[in-house]
Design a protein around this ligand. Structure first.
Ligand SMILES: *Cc1c(COP(=O)(O)O)cnc(C)c1O
Length: 449
């Protein structure tokens, strides 16, 4: 087997996610044979540093020996069992663990098998909670501009990235969207904190006006990842928690991308010392091994569904692979790694190294901003640094960086004109330098005309 033969077979039968397949007439698909740590290897023996954690899922490297071991042991015992009416050890242990490590007040865990499904569950549960309380007029959601919550219709509706959403507009429920605290747009000299506070006014007014018909506000805490790694200050979450309490509206924290240490704390909500009413987890939950997601919620929410069957208040939602045993084991091993090693402390060192390696980008004539929250660092390319005029999207500058980086053995997958690093936590300082060096030359090449 070599790259070429597998690519040929692939293109005959496979339709890839988030891709214009015609691009692959020019842009070679990369068939991966194996992975180890931050490195992926193709069938021709080329190696690629996975600087984006394979779409933000991988935390402790590919083929991590400890996670491998846990999944293998589970495989020989029980691969999967129906979770309706049945249970198993891994599902129980993981739910206990998640209740223990997530912010206080989150006491019940509902499983699904991917991030979008977790969002659908949180939306349905919130609506259904109010309905069970006799308040079915509460049927709307408030979302932030530039947010992303997944691709299924409900998740797409509460998201706000035009590229993914606009085409399907006629299929989507109406939501109320408010100004994003995204600090890229702050005034010169204004702090993240001041800007985030200022932007909260729109949320406050919207809640004041619509609270009676709103079930929940949904946000990505601290970083709007798919929206271009746009970042904001924790104070926004503090204000939001207070306002949601005041107006009797749920707060849904979508920590699918930012959870499990990406922002510097285990969960991003911790930086605002808040507890949401619903927390959605997926991606890093299994260390990037298996599709699994969880929605954590409060006992108050749970109790509103708990009643005699005849009263028809139950949450009748399921997915076939809910609480899959292999996924739960991978998740337990992943959380075990956080607890047996000083991961968050070590990440502080790595985050500093990333910041240092990206220092030179700040002066680049086509870089408007270098921003960082913990283990996520983003570089915003623009046509004009002074006016921040963006490059026309048709020019696909980010794609040029992607292609160049691949030729140098680094997997970067820019979001439009935003180049970012979101590596697995097993990356070394010299690998961080390599990643930044390749990105630098890629950006030089992509911005030279
Ligand atoms: C990836 C992502 C989702 C969707 O998760 P899938 O598993 O891809 O369906 C939802 N919210 C956020 C913030 C994400 O980054």
């Amino acid at each position: 087997m070599n790259n070429q033969t597998l690519v040929k077979r692939d293109l005959a039968v496979l339709w890839h996610p988030c891709s214009q397949m015609k691009d692959h007439e020019q842009l070679p698909l990369i068939p991966i044979k194996s992975g180890r740590g931050v490195w992926l290897e193709d069938f021709d023996g080329n190696r690629y540093l996975d600087a984006i954690s394979s779409w933000w899922v991988n935390l402790f490297g590919h083929a991590n020996p400890l996670i491998n071991q846990a999944v293998k042991a589970q495989l020989d015992t029980l691969e999967h069992v129906i979770l309706g009416g049945f249970t198993h050890q891994a599902a129980v242990e993981l739910a206990e663990k998640l209740v223990e490590i997530t912010p206080p007040g989150l006491q019940k865990c509902f499983y699904a098998d991917n991030g979008s499904s977790a969002i659908e569950i949180a939306l349905k549960m919130s609506f259904h909670y109010w309905r069970n309380l006799g308040q079915s007029q509460k049927a709307k959601f408030i979302t932030l501009e530039n947010s992303y919550h997944g691709e299924t219709l409900g998740a797409l509706a509460v998201g706000n990235v035009a590229l993914y959403k606009d085409t399907y507009g006629p299929l989507l429920m109406d939501v109320i969207s408010v100004a994003s605290p995204d600090c890229y747009n702050r005034e010169a000299g204004e702090s993240w904190r001041d800007y985030s506070i200022r932007r909260f006014a729109d949320m406050e007014q919207t809640l004041a006006r619509y609270a009676d018909t709103v079930c929940a506000v949904i946000v990505e805490p601290l970083v709007q990842c798919a929206g271009g790694m746009r970042m904001y200050d924790p104070v926004y979450l503090t204000l939001l928690r207070e306002a949601c309490d005041k107006y009797r509206v749920h707060l849904i924290a979508d920590e699918i991308a930012v959870g499990f240490g990406r922002t510097g704390t285990l969960f991003a909500c911790e930086q605002a010392t808040i507890s949401p009413d619903f927390m959605c987890l997926s991606k890093g939950l299994t260390g990037g091994y298996l599709p699994l997601s969880a929605v954590l919620t409060t006992d108050t929410v749970y109790q509103a569904f708990y009643d005699d069957y005849q009263n028809l208040t139950a949450f009748l939602h399921s997915h076939s692979y809910t609480g899959n045993a292999l996924g739960c084991r991978a998740a337990l091993a992943t959380i075990g790694l956080f607890q047996s090693q000083d991961v968050l402390v070590n990440n502080r060192r790595l985050a500093l190294a990333m910041g240092k390696a990206a220092e030179r980008f700040k002066q680049h004539p086509h870089v408007a901003e270098v921003r960082q929250t913990g283990m996520i660092l983003a570089i915003e390319l623009v046509k004009n640094r002074q006016t921040r005029e963006a490059y026309p999207w048709q020019q696909r500058r980010g794609l040029k960086v992607y292609r160049y980086a691949l030729s140098k053995g680094v997997l970067l997958r820019p979001l439009g004109n935003v180049i970012y690093f979101m590596p697995p936590y097993v990356i070394s300082e010299s690998e961080i330098e390599l990643m930044a060096e390749v990105a630098w030359h890629g950006i030089q090449l992509a911005t030279q005309d």
